[in-house]
Write a protein of this length. Structure first.
Length: 484
């Protein structure tokens, strides 16, 4: 006897080029069969899919829980918002320094506190990427992999002379690093060598140990910010010009050569926003074919531009002009983008905006948006000719494989976790912040028209979203990677 049967759904298979009309049988949190006309008498409970489309639950590989709000509070509210977007697994970036837990020190002390603050509070399954900010952190990489199940790490390239929101004259205080250490290109190189040592020490895990990079160049941004602040540009257009696309391209080029120098083969280029960034990323892939580059874009950068989004859409790297948005889509449709994420970073109104609500340079960077991940990509993707299997690959299967979750996540197939998002492909709606479970009172996509809606979501066979509403107590689990 199975626990659950979901009948009459269009099953999206990331490993196939087509979809099938089928039923999905679930037992003990796992999918046991996907086939047409399964006997409902063999299940304790039956859900009528009514012809809706069943996606593997999204693996949102780029979130920031606890960056602006207490981590325990953020975990609860923002995981609920993620479920609204069809997300069943979220991977959040975490580091020492200002924001997050607002302290430095070793990850041996820091990360258990992160685990304790999130335990039992998440609606979805979750994991963490960690950023080695100090030499001590680099020495901890092996233990983080083997003892804590953290297999992915991050470098914020622009922190050399920038804080989170703009120029910083006191890097050490912002990052809470030892006064005799610098967070610079040399440190980035040593991080790469540390990650590569872990890959060599654990060859059985090497394919699932990777380094992600936020690619912007601090010196270029500092110079251009001075120019823009004295000019006529305002709003998101000014912020984009102050962090110009060639800053992304230059950082990508530098990081790629350092990866080549250090023999680090698994590199993830995060939230690429512009034609120049993608041009650099593709050039580096051709130049260094022995490096397995993965390229990421966010749903906000695919939907919004500097003229359509509100000031609350300030983020790093910035929302770009429409011509860059179109070039991102060209790369999505060409198969050059590996995954699409939310970069969800809830920033409430009172913290987001400065004394002058019209001054983009006073506003904090980042915003929530996981609730729009699957509906946004389905809505705009189908309009542009993107296939349903391609959407499932970019929102679920490929990030799951890269980040050590592929043994259980990212496929609707026997043996995999029954993480399922049911989507109505023809259910128009308009984005309004008040409809989100996030504690953020505004939306960077306010007023955007969607044509697809996530109606129901199951996590390991249990419903967490029913008819668009969150149900039940938090049941998300920390994922010790790689999963087996």
């Amino acid at each position: 006897m199975n626990d659950l049967l979901i009948r009459n759904v269009q099953v999206v298979r990331p490993d196939h080029d087509d979809t099938v009309i089928a039923d999905i049988a679930v037992k003990d949190g796992k999918i046991v069969e996907v086939a047409a006309d399964l006997d409902p008498a063999g299940a304790s409970r039956v859900i009528d899919g009514r012809g809706r489309t069943a996606f593997p639950g999204a693996v949102d590989a780029h979130q920031h829980w606890g960056i602006y709000n207490p981590l325990d509070i953020d975990t609860r509210s923002e995981s609920r918002a993620a479920a609204q977007g069809g997300v069943t697994t979220g991977i959040s970036y975490m580091r020492t320094g200002q924001y997050y837990l607002n302290r430095g020190g070793s990850y041996a002390d820091f990360f258990p506190e992160v685990r304790a603050l999130t335990e039992g509070r998440s609606t979805i399954d979750y994991a963490f990427h960690l950023a080695p900010m100090t030499a001590e952190h680099i020495d901890e990489i092996d233990d983080l992999v083997t003892e804590h199940g953290v297999s992915s790490f991050k470098i914020f390239m622009f922190y050399g002379s920038h804080g989170l929101h703009g120029r910083s004259s006191d890097q050490s205080s912002f990052l809470m690093t030892p006064p005799d250490e610098r967070y610079d290109y040399a440190h980035f190189e040593f991080v790469m060598r540390g990650v590569q040592r872990a890959r060599e020490a654990h060859p059985e895990l090497a394919d699932q140990i990777s380094l992600s990079l936020h690619c912007e160049t601090a010196e270029i941004m500092a110079a251009y910010t001075k120019i823009v602040e004295g000019g006529d540009l305002t709003g998101l257009e000014a912020y984009s010009a102050s962090r110009p696309p060639h800053s992304e391209g230059l950082a990508i080029t530098i990081a790629s050569y350092l990866a080549h120098e250090t023999d680090l083969a698994n590199i993830n280029l995060l939230h690429l926003t512009s034609a120049k960034a993608l041009d650099a990323a593709m050039r580096m892939a051709a130049t260094f074919p022995h490096i397995d580059f993965r390229r990421e874009v966010t749903i906000a950068h695919l939907l919004a531009d500097v003229t359509t989004a509100p000031l609350g859409a300030k983020v790093n790297p910035p929302i770009r002009p429409r011509e860059d948005v179109e070039e991102l889509w060209n790369h999505v449709l060409a198969g050059n983008i590996d995954w699409v994420v939310s970069d969800h970073a809830c920033c409430r109104d009172e913290m987001k905006f400065g004394e002058d609500r019209d001054d983009v340079f006073l506003a904090k960077s980042g915003f929530g948006g996981a609730e729009y991940l699957l509906p946004g990509l389905v809505s705009e993707g189908l309009r542009r000719g993107l296939s349903l299997p391609a959407i499932a690959r970019m929102t679920s299967r490929t990030p799951a494989e890269r980040y050590g979750l592929g043994a259980r996540k990212g496929l609707l197939a026997p043996g995999y976790d029954a993480d399922i998002a049911l989507v109505d492909l023809d259910s128009p709606w308009t984005v309004h912040a008040e409809d989100s479970e996030s504690s953020q009172e505004y939306s960077a996509l306010e007023g955007f028209e969607m044509t697809a809606r996530v109606t129901d979501v199951l996590l390991r066979g249990e419903e967490i979203l029913v008819d668009g509403a969150i149900v039940g107590d938090p049941r998300g689990e920390y994922l010790h990677r790689p999963l087996s």
